[in-house]
Design a protein around this ligand. Structure first.
Ligand SMILES: NC(=O)c1ccc[n+]([C@@H]2O[C@H](COP(=O)([O-])OP(=O)(O)OC[C@H]3O[C@@H](n4cnc5c(N)ncnc54)[C@H](O)[C@@H]3O)[C@@H](O)[C@H]2O)c1
Length: 252
């Protein structure tokens, strides 16, 4: 078991009311960090025992003013920000389709949440990373889906997540000289509320069998990768994408 020590550090985690974000926020809290968590959904029960180091904001990341106000408050309260985990995202089955036919209002909403919001959280957090004088690190949650074409297209999801990898790389280049790192995680199939469609044992077994490692990913698998990329153990890693997918990309 690898343990990290984030004592005295402050992390901002979006999507902390969902599967992966909750696991990342909880893992950072267990490793000693102070965490500012953000989600549309209310605070998960599992975070309650760390309330001394947790500040939980409920609000809409599609609202630029909410992002700016929340991150400024968080940065000022803690005297800086060390880490940013952009985990919030949406995949709207049924409504997110081929760009040749889908409602472009849906496209705009998906981009606002999956790409503009991470851009704005980074924009708000970087001045507070500079303030600490010890650099910083970001992880942005994309998907392995962006590497391929899809016979059942979800074009807004795919394009916004590709954009997020590009944004991560650009931020990495811009901020490297200041010791601020930026990397993307590309999850494979992971059991979370986002994948509520896998609602029976037969489907879950079929999904598991499709991954070369023979199981579905867990939120903790993603948290393990995120904590590594945020930690000093990844101090020489920036501007890259890490697939965390049980080997699925080999098959795509
Ligand atoms: N689960 C998978 O199989 C999978 C695969 C690849 C990538 N991902 C990506 O991983 C990330 C985490 O996904 P997850 O599986 O934990 O999903 P999830 O649905 O459990 O969590 C996402 C969270 O984002 C929050 N959110 C969405 N829109 C928001 C908004 N406008 N304002 C504030 N919060 C908002 C939701 O409330 C939710 O709690 C997402 O970016 C997703 O696209 C997931």
């Amino acid at each position: 078991m690898i343990t990290y020590d984030f004592t005295g550090r402050h992390a901002v985690v979006t999507g902390a009311g969902g599967g992966m974000g909750e696991a990342i926020a909880r893992s950072l809290l267990e490793a000693g960090a102070a965490v500012t968590a953000i989600d549309l959904k209310p605070q998960p029960e599992s975070l309650a025992r760390h309330e001394g180091r947790l500040t939980y904001y409920t609000g809409d990341l599609a609202d630029p003013a909410f992002i700016s106000d929340t991150i400024t408050r968080a940065g000022e309260a803690h005297g800086g920000i060390d880490y940013l985990a952009n985990v919030a995202g949406v995949l709207w089955f049924g409504r997110d389709r081929s760009v040749l036919e889908m409602d472009m209002a849906v496209w705009d909403q998906v981009f606002a949440i999956n790409l503009t919001a991470p851009a704005l959280t980074a924009r708000a957090a970087v001045p507070f990373m500079r303030k600490t004088g010890r650099g910083g690190a970001m992880v942005h949650f994309s998907t392995i889906q962006w590497y391929r074409g899809d016979p059942n297209p979800q074009d807004a999801y795919q394009a916004s997540k590709a954009g997020l990898c590009a944004l991560s790389k650009s931020l990495a280049m811009q901020l490297a000289a200041e010791g601020i790192r930026s990397n993307a995680i590309c999850p494979g199939m992971t059991v979370t509320p986002l994948q509520a469609r896998w609602d029976n044992d037969e489907t879950l077994a079929a999904v598991a069998a499709y991954a070369p490692l023979g199981r579905i990913g867990t939120p903790q698998d993603m948290a393990n990768a995120a904590l590594f990329l945020l930690s000093d153990a990844a101090g020489y890693i920036t501007g890259t994408e890490l697939p965390v997918d049980g080997g699925l990309l080999m098959r795509m």
